[in-house]
Design a protein around this ligand. Structure first.
Ligand code: CUK
Ligand code: CUA
Length: 656
């Protein structure tokens, strides 16, 4: 055996040991890395295969990728955009977190986007990007993403790749099961992970079962503008609502939410949680909810939440505080909610492209339950209920089951579909993806992931029309996959070819933050609408300067407004005097360029905020309160022309 082969064999063997240890460690939730030196086994077996694989992901220089992939940033709070199949990173879109690169959250225009009922919160934990849909197909208009920590949903405009709106979700704690869309983007949904005192108040945590509630929110989306609104909430027992997916096709009009802690305990230490053999999927008939709302069968409850919208004409966001929400109570609204028993602690709930099969991914269960929408409807029609909890009928497990995937792997988390009758489920503990037949529930294939896969993504994989060519695994642990970079490595995505019977690993690429979920869409659904610049004549920013000759400085008491322009390669005005210590200086910079990809930046020595990065035709404002007299330089931060380095100026600050 050559050295190379021997090493290969050893590594393979280690993989087996790792799997066995991992199986033994059910609940420990990690794959054990055994510390081989050098690069690891790539999961494919020969050099020839490697060549074949390389050609499948190779996008020649200057050519475009086939898909846009949008990855959640997890605790980075942002969204990153990748090209597939190349795995090239195209952009980071700032959403919930400050981004110094783009001045996001630093300039006056975007600050209001990060307002909440708790004040300015420039961070969140973003888990699930969700593309807007028309007729159950991704349409390339908007991307929604949840903020988990301070409950919010953001809408990104895919003509600009910028955050256009953020709405806070009232009466919620941990907005995890969000923002999964309905078939025509009628709604994006949100559910509270934590039970919350309802209404929010100072109560003993021990009173959890009596005083706490769970809320599921339906956020309407305006079909033209995309503007969101909290249409209504459904008040439920204080389970923990984990994930969701809406029905499609025959199950259009329904949304399904997984729950855990149906014991309603205030502490989830292992002994307390997960006593019940089954938890529930909460099935909401939102068409019915709309009828109840129309009939006025709702209660209006106090709720404090921010609604922030970015206006593309004024290039400025505004924040509005709202104070009421419509609430539906199941006891008063028969037919609105049903509980579907589902084996232990389901995480994801996924609906197949036909809308018939509802897959509950029970983390602590050996088998996976697949529910039948048809059977659910029959059970409801026959009023065949096991019991009722707070006015919500519980259906009988055996009666709604389409079938079971038997012992497919350990720790199922999420399932996506290829549109060819197959489902693909991630197994966190056994670190693999299992392909199975939706109708027969037979396992067809399995492939390891490196390591500990969370979500997976197939372009359109949660829509009616998946593009079943590629699959991306989003892994929690990276370990030995890349050159070491100290104690922490970036999370890792892996691209697989799923066009044939057997899944095939094509590519590893690092990601930003923690990509929980991702979505992808054919490039030709987005690319033609991508904005190249903003026409200057349409700029309605209140502090715009549309001609260089109008550049000027205006004083209003202690506020000094600098109406500044930029064009290759100078600022106007560039030498500014008459500023005093104690003034508040507003740089309102309008970028006069009218061409693609020519932003100008602005940085000022000692300015407390970051820089500006102004897109062609836009205006942005940097506020600075100089603390000491002197002469301060400013300059353009984005290399914009051969004379970029000459793009600079001075600001003189005199004693008060
Ligand atoms: S979650 Cu992270 S692996 Cu927040 Cu959708 Cu399942
Ligand atoms: Cu403008 Cu560099």
């Amino acid at each position: 055996m050559t050295n190379h082969l021997l090493k290969h064999f050893v590594m393979k063997y280690h993989q087996l040991i790792k799997s066995i240890i991992a199986l033994a460690l059910l609940g420990a939730g990690s794959t054990i890395f055994t510390g081989c030196e050098g690069p690891p086994d790539m999961g494919n077996s020969s050099a020839a295969l490697a060549d074949d694989v390389a050609s499948q992901v190779y996008v020649p220089p200057g050519e475009y990728d086939e898909f846009y992939a949008f990855m959640s940033g997890g605790f980075s709070g942002q969204v990153s955009v990748y090209g597939l199949p190349s795995g090239r990173m195209l952009k980071v879109i700032p959403v919930f977190s400050l981004d110094a690169e783009k001045g996001y959250g630093f300039n006056e225009e975007t600050k209001p986007l990060l307002e909440t009922s708790h004040g300015f919160i420039p961070w969140d934990d973003a888990h699930h990007p969700e593309l807007s849909q028309t007729d159950g197909e991704t349409d390339g208009r908007w991307l929604f993403i949840n903020g988990n920590n301070t409950p919010r949903i953001a809408r990104i405009d895919l003509t600009t790749f910028e955050t256009a709106e953020i709405i806070e979700i009232p009466n919620s704690g941990g907005n995890h099961s969000s923002p999964f869309t309905t078939e025509n983007t009628e709604y994006v949904v949100a559910g509270t992970r934590f039970g919350v005192p309802y209404p929010q108040q100072d109560v003993s945590i021990d009173s959890y079962a009596e005083k706490f509630k769970g809320t599921l929110s339906f956020i309407s989306v305006d079909p033209e503008e995309g503007h969101m609104d909290v249409a209504f909430q459904v008040l439920l027992p204080a389970f923990n609502y984990d994930l969701a997916h809406s029905g499609k096709g025959k199950s259009h009009g329904w949304t399904f939410f997984t729950t855990y802690n149906t014991e309603e305990k205030s502490t989830l230490l292992e002994v307390n949680a997960s006593q019940n053999d089954k938890d529930f999927i909460a099935a909401i008939n939102w068409k019915k909810a709309e009828e109840y709302i129309k009939q006025g069968k709702y209660r209006e409850m106090p709720a404090k939440y921010a609604h922030n919208i970015y206006n593309e004409k004024t290039h400025t966001a505004t924040s509005e505080m709202k104070d009421k929400v419509k609430v539906l109570i199941p006891e008063e609204c028969p037919g609105l909610v049903y509980f579907l028993p589902t084996p232990k602690s389901p995480h994801g709930v996924d609906v197949d492209p036909s809308g018939e099969y509802i897959v509950g991914n029970g983390k602590l269960s050996a088998d996976m339950a697949v529910h039948s929408f048809t059977k659910i409807q029959e059970a409801i029609a026959n009023e065949s209920f096991e019991t009722t909890i707070d006015g919500v009928p519980v259906l009988k497990y055996e009666e709604i089951l389409a079938g079971i995937v038997e012992k497919p792997g350990l720790g199922p988390l999420h399932t996506e579909f290829d549109g060819k009758g197959n489902a693909y489920t991630t197994y966190f503990i056994s670190s693999e993806i299992v392909k199975w037949d939706i109708e027969t529930q037979q396992v067809l294939d399995r492939i390891p992931t490196y390591y500990s896969v969370g979500h997976l993504m197939i372009p359109g994989g949660d829509s009616r029309k998946p593009d079943g060519k590629y699959m991306v695994a989003l892994n929690k642990i990276t370990k030995d996959r890349y050159l070491p970079t100290g104690p922490e490595l970036n999370h890792s995505a892996q691209l697989y070819d799923i066009s044939g019977d057997k899944m095939k690993l094509l590519l590893d690429f690092p990601t930003i933050g923690e990509p929980h979920y991702a979505q992808a869409i054919a490039a030709d659904k987005v690319m033609p609408n991508s904005k190249k610049f903003y026409p200057i004549e349409e700029n309605e920013h209140p502090y715009r300067t549309v001609r260089e000759k109008d550049a000027r400085v205006e004083r209003e008491g202690k506020d000094v407004h600098i109406y500044m322009t930029s064009i290759r390669s100078h600022f106007a005005p560039d030498n500014i005097e008459g500023i005093k210590v104690g003034d508040r200086v507003y740089f309102h910079l309008t970028n006069l360029e009218q061409d693609w990809d020519v932003p100008h930046g602005l940085a000022v020595l000692g300015a407390q905020n970051a820089e500006l990065l102004v897109m062609p035709g836009q205006t942005e404002t940097l506020v600075w309160e100089p603390k000491a007299e002197g002469v301060y330089p400013f300059y353009c931060t984005d290399f914009c022309s051969a004379l970029h380095q000459e793009m600079q100026g001075y600001l003189r600050v005199s004693p008060a």
